[in-house]
Design a protein around this ligand. Structure first.
Ligand code: ZN
Length: 153
């Protein structure tokens, strides 16, 4: 079956994804947040609400809440860890790298992906690419200040 990415992923990657799914980092609400956005992936039913606090151009604090599959929850958790303390431009660059990776365009060999590399196997599951990308699209919406609910459809 093609809809069980977790079971098909490399063992180490499975562990990291399941760990973030069970114990999502930066989960909850953020008092005093100055940016937010919500994301919805109707294909899978994943939902995420993202809140950010900026310090100048830097993402000082970030939290998310949501309900979704293991891939979307782990991706949200790892995304928040990745972009916290980064400037908008750095976060945008991380999104591009991540996007290339899950689209099967990046080989991850250039490094700099950190934990994001665990999503490399997702590129083999086109339906799951949206699960993995949801948090990043939502981040983009929050940074652009559109404040709307974004949908992967
Ligand atoms: Zn999903």
């Amino acid at each position: 079956m093609n809809d069980d990415p977790i079971g098909s992923l490399d063992e180490l990657y499975q562990e990291v994804i399941l760990d973030h799914y069970r114990k999502p980092r930066n989960y909850g609400t953020l008092p005093g947040a100055d940016r937010s956005a919500e994301g919805h992936n109707p294909l899978c039913g994943d939902r995420i609400a993202l809140q950010l606090k900026m310090k100048g151009d830097v993402i000082d604090e970030i939290r998310f809440q949501g309900k979704g599959c293991a891939i979307s929850t782990a991706s949200s958790s790892i995304m928040t860890e990745t972009v916290r303390g980064k400037t908008r431009a750095e976060a945008g660059a991380a999104f591009e790298k991540f996007h290339d990776l899950v689209m099967g365009k990046g080989n991850g060999a250039d490094g700099g992906l950190g934990k994001l590399a665990v999503f490399a196997g997702v590129s083999e599951f086109p339906v799951r690419v949206k699960c993995a990308s949801l948090a990043w699209h939502t981040l983009k919406a929050a940074l652009e200040g559109s404040g709307n609910t974004i949908s992967t459809e």
